[in-house]
Design a protein around this ligand. Structure first.
Ligand SMILES: [Zn+2]
Length: 474
């Protein structure tokens, strides 16, 4: 093969030089345009808001969208894409489809309610009102355009000259790495987009599968600069926090958690503690309609579970249900939790505490030294969870400043992202000499640079930190 043969162009329209907004556009020599992911920019301030309104490409020109997973920073602009004229197929697997149907509808509601506040302020300043990014009808249209891709690991034909294979990557339910085998005149190049790389020791999901040897990699970098703390006994750690907060201080344990995976992992861990009769008798509330729905979706897709939880199910029956556990969907029931003075555990979304009921729970307990906020997942530094994690002195919630008097605890073992040791292990399926180009995405500047130098040490070459809006030929 001629080294200078151009097979495709790759253009980066999100998660390039930043974490959210994942959107990578592949244009083949034959002119097929394939968009990998269509994520919303989240927690990126005014710049993110602008980027959410302007794709940087014409949605009419896209032939196919293929989804790595359902997280909103990878999927949350699908309804916008459809609203702006994309009419082709959106390929994803069944678990991802089921998650998209609940998550995108939730996102449409958040857009609507956020916009109410924004438009109120704009009207006060004499500015014209903004239209929502999308609405429920756009979400329904997304669902109509979804085509289910096979869950097995064979290649399937996407279009002339392009076959696709997905490999489970254990990041969240349904999440996969995507490999495109692109053919041109009897020659072939393989491009793999890692999606978000999960961890081998996930509490619920099967571990990551090896990805096929690739010529080109688009690799995530979230934790390119760090290692997770070694959490040998997460259950014991959680139990200690529960006892210190709810038994010794009669306080509330408030846990902001992503609706998908993080919430179910927490429930499963509490379920195990309850089953082993170690969990003190206190009420546990899962207070988020999205989390309640996501738990149902999760229960439906046991084919994605690891051997340990499947074995547990044979003994316990339901890993997401125990006597003191209450799922709350209705707003009135959620509000009633405020009047409940006794100890309790409240798990609520969103994970970064940027939206949803969790903001109210944090606001109501942030100045209570007997209560604890437990951070269990990734949070961008500017998000409310990020500020709590950094133990800022004061935080602003709904426009008012609050001094942080409650306790802040952090548990690392729930992270859905591999750290750099785990990512290197994941890439051990690749002979670095056969990878001609690697593009790094989905990380902050420090993580991207650290990950780049680690990959160089490992023998990978031509490693580019992808730039937003830039097109690369390979
Ligand atoms: Zn993700």
């Amino acid at each position: 093969m001629e080294p200078d043969t151009i097979f495709m162009q790759i253009s980066f329209f999100g998660a390039a030089g930043r974490v959210t907004g994942s959107k990578h556009l592949i244009t083949t020599e034959q002119g097929k345009r394939i968009l990998l992911d269509c994520g919303l920019f989240q927690g990126e301030g005014q710049e993110g808001n602008e980027l959410n309104r302007h794709f940087g490409f014409d949605p009419h020109t896209i032939d196919h969208v293929i989804m790595s997973h359902a997280h909103i920073d990878h999927s949350g602009l699908l309804p916008r894409l459809v609203r702006e004229g994309f009419s082709g197929p959106i390929h994803c697997n069944e678990p991802t489809r089921d998650l998209l149907s609940i998550m995108l509808m939730d996102s449409a509601k958040i857009q609507e309610s956020d916009l109410k506040h924004v438009n109120k302020r704009r009207l006060e300043r004499g500015l014209p009102e903004l239209e929502p990014l999308y609405d429920a009808e756009d979400v329904r249209q997304v669902m109509r355009q979804i085509e289910i891709m096979p869950e097995h690991s064979d290649y399937w034909d996407l279009c002339e000259g392009v076959a696709v294979r997905s490999s489970v990557n254990a990041h969240i339910l349904g999440s996969v790495a995507l490999t495109l085998a692109i053919q041109d005149g009897g020659r072939e190049k393989k491009l793999t987009f890692t999606g978000d790389i999960g961890r081998p020791g996930d509490h619920i999901l099967r571990g990551p599968e090896a990805i096929p040897q690739s010529d080109i990699l688009i690799c995530e970098s979230t934790y390119g600069d760090r290692l997770h703390e070694d959490e040998s006994d997460a259950e014991a750690h959680l139990l200690r926090i529960v006892k210190e907060t709810c038994v010794e201080r009669s306080g509330k344990l408030i846990i902001p958690a992503f609706s998908i995976d993080r919430t179910q992992e927490l429930i499963y861990m509490l379920d195990r503690l309850a089953f082993a009769k170690k969990l003190p008798s206190i009420p546990v509330y899962v207070d988020s309609p999205l989390s309640v729905n996501a738990t149902e979706v999760m229960s439906k897709h046991r084919q994605c579970f690891n051997a340990e939880i499947l074995d547990y199910i044979t003994r316990d029956g339901d890993p997401f249900g125990f006597p003191n556990l209450h799922y709350i969907s209705k707003v009135e029931e959620s509000k009633a939790l405020n009047d409940n003075k006794g100890p309790a555990i409240i798990i609520s979304a969103s994970g970064m505490a940027e939206a949803g009921r969790i903001k109210h729970h944090i606001k109501n307990h942030i100045e209570d030294p007997n209560s604890t906020v437990l951070i269990v997942g990734y949070a961008t530094p500017n998000s409310l969870a990020g500020q709590l994690k950094a133990r800022s002195e004061k935080v602003r919630i709904f426009g008012d400043w609050h001094t942080i008097l409650c306790r802040i605890e952090v548990m690392d073992s729930f992270s859905a992202h591999a750290d750099y040791h785990e990512m290197l292990a994941y890439l051990s399926s690749q002979d670095p000499n056969r990878v001609s180009q690697t593009y790094l995405v989905h990380g902050n500047e420090r993580a991207l640079q650290a990950w780049q130098s680690r990959l160089l040490d490992r023998g990978f070459r031509n490693i580019t930190i992808a730039k937003h809006g830039q097109t690369y030929e390979c």
